[in-house]
Ligand binder design. Structure first.
Ligand code: ADE
Length: 227
């Protein structure tokens, strides 16, 4: 998978992709992540990328030209499955969406900008808008990092245990069951006996019960949600 991220603050995205699982995905050549500074595509002599809103009011709006040039620069080289814009008014990211995006070959993510971007970019260039939750971030960079993390870990071969993404919370609309490690007892805090029984069938049943219990208690909405 190739992901191209367009941003006016590339510095914000330097670290998230250079550690842990995403780093491993890049090393194994399963994912490529390219960060582009939208400013580099500006034809303005001062490399401006935003301007005052016609409606007046506070806050600058990202202009069309640098964004369109950046997107054209990429789409002329390869076909993209999705051109995503990160925005609080987009569709809220969930596991099903991440699963769908993880089978794409090429994705562009345009990071949103303080007061927004010219509406015509959204209408003519963007194929989908994604929000990571009902709150407003300063820009879309952190949202882009979240989206990349959620999808890259699902690419086959990225996680060392092939099944572990399938047993994540939300994969079957249930939260994951609790997990424990050694020691089996710490200051009187005990691991449930069943996990020490060695009976894998019983353990699986227990895990399913726990997943259901936790979901009912902590996220009952998941049991009624159609997504
Ligand atoms: N940009 C600002 N807030 C955002 C959010 N909640 N999700 C995605 N992009 C955003």
């Amino acid at each position: 998978m190739r992901i191209d991220i367009l941003t006016v603050v590339p510095e914000l995205l330097e670290s998230p992709f250079n550690h842990s699982i995403i780093k491993r995905a890049k090393e194994k050549k399963l994912a490529e992540i390219h960060i582009h500074n939208i400013r580099d595509f500006s034809e303005d002599k001062h490399k401006k990328v935003d301007d005052y809103a016609f409606s007046g009011g506070a806050g600058m709006v990202m202009t069309i030209q640098p964004v369109e040039s950046a997107i054209l620069h990429l789409t002329q080289q390869r076909k993209y499955d999705h051109i995503i814009y990160t925005s609080p008014d987009g569709k809220r990211l969930n596991q099903q969406m991440a699963n769908g995006l993880s089978i794409a070959k090429n994705i562009i993510i345009l990071c949103g900008h303080y007061k927004g971007i010219d509406q015509r970019i959204r209408e003519h260039l963007i194929t989908q808008e994604i929000s990571i939750g009902d709150y407003v971030l300063t820009g879309g960079e952190l949202a882009a990092a979240v989206i990349c993390d959620a999808i890259v870990r699902l690419i086959p071969g990225v996680l060392s245990d092939e099944t572990s993404a399938l047993t994540d919370s939300f994969q079957d609309d249930l939260l994951a069951p609790p997990v424990y490690t050694r020691p089996s007892e710490y200051k009187g805090w005990k691991v449930p006996d069943i996990l020490l029984s060695g009976n894998s069938k019983k353990i699986e049943e227990w895990q399913m019960e726990q997943a259901l219990e936790r979901t009912k208690k902590l996220r009952p909405d998941l049991l009624n949600d159609d997504f």
